[in-house]
Design a protein around this ligand. Structure first.
Ligand code: NAD
Length: 306
């Protein structure tokens, strides 16, 4: 008789932690539950913890309580500094280390931070991979996000069933940190395309061509991008501006791109100007506003003058 192969998924990784239950983490927690995993989540905000508990997620108050229960832990946090604090700070993951557990950072973070934390986690018998995401809160809650992944082949293979419950596409870019490099590059494109599309649509409108007709033409031609095909019809032209991704987070991502450019010793004048424009936008476009509002840069009064 051929021995039945154990289904590894049945043995490992039944319980997944999610730290950071905001716009993205909430959807990831719910997608993981739908995928058959037990989820234990936590967040710094008691309001957010209560609202996720009301949606049926097991919510605890501390990272220690998460670590006590899980085989893999997903991070969805605002910045690299907060990721460092949650992993290596007081009461964090390393203080509550559990051998073999994989930490999957889905935040948009700095690759140097990721690599440094991976070393610290390795020293306590744990592993780290970066799996930053695209697709917004809608992609998180429907489990259709795209992930760019930095991990060893072994860790990627082991974590993939869990990642599949949250994403439709996974691209294994390279070793730890490579996912964060790819994500920073991706968002630098989006941040640049939005600025260009804002200026180009204004130019065409001033020259007498309505934006709807212009975009039909562009989207049939070689100038098209995700911004012209998706962002303008979905969030800009209907005035909704409800993508779920804020100016504050995109300004952070653009800053990360400049930190990375400096760290690798390059001087890139075009993307430097893009970063200057995103930084200047804080004078007229608030942190909590939708990031697509950047297309209005130069058309609004400064907040001080308003
Ligand atoms: P968010 O601000 O909605 O959620 C972050 C959550 O982390 C908040 O609920 C906050 O309370 C919690 N938090 C902060 N500090 C914490 C700590 N020390 N311990 C535990 N929880 C803490 O942000 P988001 O939009 O969900 O984005 C999360 C990450 O995903 C960011 O790195 C962002 O750049 C990235 N991202 C967001 C989107 C999007 O469309 N929103 C898309 C792709 C990637």
């Amino acid at each position: 008789m051929t021995p039945t192969q154990p289904n590894l998924e049945d043995i490992f990784m039944k319980t997944i932690g999610v730290i950071g239950l905001g716009n993205m983490g909430r959807g990831m927690a719910l997608s993981l539950q739908r995928g058959g995993y037990e989820v234990v989540g936590t967040d710094a905000s008691s309001e957010t913890r209560a609202s996720l508990a009301a949606e049926g997620v097991t919510v605890v108050d501390t990272v220690a309580e998460v670590m006590a229960k899980v085989e893999l832990v997903v991070l969805s946090l605002p910045t690299a500094a907060i990721v460092s604090e949650v992993v290596a700070g007081k009461g964090g993951i390393i203080e509550n280390a559990k051998k073999g557990v994989i930490v999957v950072d889905t935040s948009t973070s700095h690759p140097d931070t990721t690599r440094a934390l991976a070393k610290q986690l390795h020293a306590v018998g744990m592993r780290m991979m970066d799996a930053p995401v695209s697709g917004g809160p809608k992609g998180a809650i429907t489990g259709t996000m795209a992930m760019v992944i930095g991990a060893s082949d072994e860790d990627f293979a082991e974590a993939e069933p869990v990642l599949k419950a949250m994403s439709a596409k996974r691209v294994h870019i390279g070793g730890v940190g490579a996912g964060h490099v790819a994500k920073i590059a991706n968002n630098l494109f989006t941040a640049s395309h939005l600025l260009v599309a804002g200026e180009v649509t204004r130019m065409a409108a001033a020259a007498g061509v309505p934006v709807e007709r212009l975009l039909q033409g562009i989207n049939a031609g070689s100038g098209r991008s995700f911004v012209t095909e998706h962002s303008f019809p979905t969030w800009v032209m209907n005035g909704k501006f409800d993508s779920g991704f804020t100016m504050k987070l995109m300004r952070k991502d653009v800053r990360l791109s400049q930190e990375l450019t400096s760290a690798v010793g390059l001087d890139l004048p075009l993307t430097k100007r893009v970063a200057e424009l995103w930084a200047e936008s804080s004078q007229t476009i608030g942190d909590a506003e939708d990031f697509n509002r950047i297309v209005e840069l130069g058309t609004r009064e400064s907040k001080a003058a308003a």
